[in-house]
Design a binder for this molecule. Structure first.
Ligand code: IMP
Ligand code: MG
Length: 172
């Protein structure tokens, strides 16, 4: 285990178990329909692929990348790489690694809603509701967490640790 890790928050097994439960809820909600999973590069890639792998619905994937302008401008987000395909008329699930202040997700939700999908909902691996600054409708979430900074399963610290199979709390 890396020296920067204080403790494991959720093991690989716990994460995959929870993803199966959330996938079951998603299948119930979208029964008989086709789903477009939209991943936000790079953090949500690990969660998105694990989720897609256990979903029995027909799914299509697309990705977008964003740049934010640092903690001094939390509301300012820009699309650095857009989706490859339109989403008009589709049922869209926006797949996030973590919803923290909510600024990023709210921006993406508004942007994607403007493209006339049939429906749009948010699915996140982690939800840190204690830091929420703008309301965001999170429909599906795996875990709620507190204020400590976490890494692994896609989440980074300075671009590292995304490839950890588990979620861990960093040393302060
Ligand atoms: P927000 O909801 O706009 O504040 O930002 C969410 C983004 O902040 C996520 O997509 C992550 O990239 C990053 N982030 C927030 N909390 C953490 C954390 O605990 N570990 C790693 N990245 C985080
Ligand atoms: Mg990040």
């Amino acid at each position: 285990m890396s020296g920067e890790i204080e403790r494991v928050l959720f093991t690989e097994e716990q994460i995959h178990q929870r993803i199966r439960e959330v996938a079951a809820a998603i299948e119930q909600r979208y029964e008989g329909r086709e789903l477009k999973l939209i991943g936000i590069l790079k953090g949500s890639v690990f969660f998105l692929t694990a989720l897609a792998r256990v979903l029995t619905l027909p799914v299509k994937l697309d990705f977008l990348a964003i740049s934010s302008f640092g903690s001094k401008n939390p509301g300012v987000v820009r699309i650095a790489k857009d989706l490859d395909e339109p989403i008009e008329g589709e049922d869209v699930l926006l797949v996030e690694d973590i919803v923290d202040t909510g600024f990023t997700t709210r921006y993406l939700l508004q942007n994607l809603a403007g493209r006339n999908p049939n429906s749009i909902a948010i699915c996140t691996l982690l939800d840190r509701t204690t830091k929420r600054m703008v309301p965001v409708p999170v429909e599906f979430r795996c875990f709620e967490i507190d204020d400590r900074f976490v890494i692994g399963f896609g989440l980074d610290y300075k671009q590292l640790h995304r490839n950890l199979g588990y979620l861990a709390v960093m040393k302060p």
